[in-house]
Design a protein. Sequence first.
Length: 115
Amino acid sequence: MESTLDIAHTIINSLEEKKGEEILLLDIQKVSSFTDYFIICTGTSNRMVDALADAALESTRDSFQIKGRIEGNPECGWMVVDFGPIVVHLFSPDQRDFYRLEEFWKDGKTILHLQ
């Protein structure tokens, strides 16, 4: 049986393959009651943010038969893919700078940060 971290790493690999930038995996189990991990990633265009969301969905469906739910749209510059224990935040560079989720959840533990 796969662990939640195995699923998170599969998602991260799919984001890397689609050229996602500044990928961050945060363990927020001790500071959040609604999820265990955040994955935060930047896409350089609206089209790329959409492709990153599709890649995350496809990787979990193919590898683990897990479905996620998308909120937001690429034109807004912020999409969320919710897998329950893992929530993936996909940002345009401007929106990521504006919302600064890393700072808001700084009490979480950084597990992985890929430039």
